[in-house]
Design a protein around this ligand. Sequence first.
Ligand code: APR
Length: 230
Amino acid sequence: MLNLVVLSGAGISAESGLKTFRDAGGLWEGHDVMQVASPEGWAANPKLVLEFYNQRRRAALEAMPNLGHTVLAQLEEDFEVTVITQNVDELHERAGSSKVVHLHGKLSEARSSVDESLIYPLEGKDIQWGDLCDKGSQLRPNIVWFGEMVPMIEVAARITEKADIFIVVGTSMAVYPAASLIDFVRHDVPVYVVDPSTPMIRHNPNITFIRDKATTGLKTVAQELREKFH
Ligand code: APR
């Protein structure tokens, strides 16, 4: 089976009712990003940060996977599919994707503020002020904030190097090192970019831009892949 690697962003969850970050009406319009998504913001006002992610967690739990997520899960019938996502919701897994790498963490988990190896499943619960890790530190969301290391980036780069087909869906490609993954794609590999707008990607002859939303755009790509490679 051919290796199909997908890099996804907030846009694939937009049609499930979850806000993206940089679009009109996006999360970063209503919030000061460094206040809610940085170690400095956490140090300055942890209760504000907890409430921001508690709200996002509740919204993600209420949301349902959409056709975009489902199309990628169904492609596992014909391809060896790995989804590398910047998203912290688990709509890919809930749609049935069996191999998902989270670059920026998961809303469903908390972690220690002093030891990043101490991670706790939340089972849908909020993180409360006063919830402590085994080392007595305040629990924080297990989310990668601006200025923090992205622990899974090496794993993701190795997976991307082995891709026979690469799909980019619903990401502005504005955030690094996630956006750099496209540089690990072999030059002879076909790349499909699904986005109603124009992500920051250098054009090259192997890239096909599908200016469409995830639900319909990925259906088009899946059909083309099955015709071409199956
Ligand atoms: N279908 C497909 N793409 C869509 C849709 C849709 N229905 N709606 C919007 N988009 C596209 C937008 O055009 C944009 O290119 O999704 C992209 C969303 O971009 P961002 O809001 O920048 O989200 P993302 O790229 O995932 O952000 C990367 O930044 O804020 C941090 O850590 C956060 O993981 C996040 C990272």
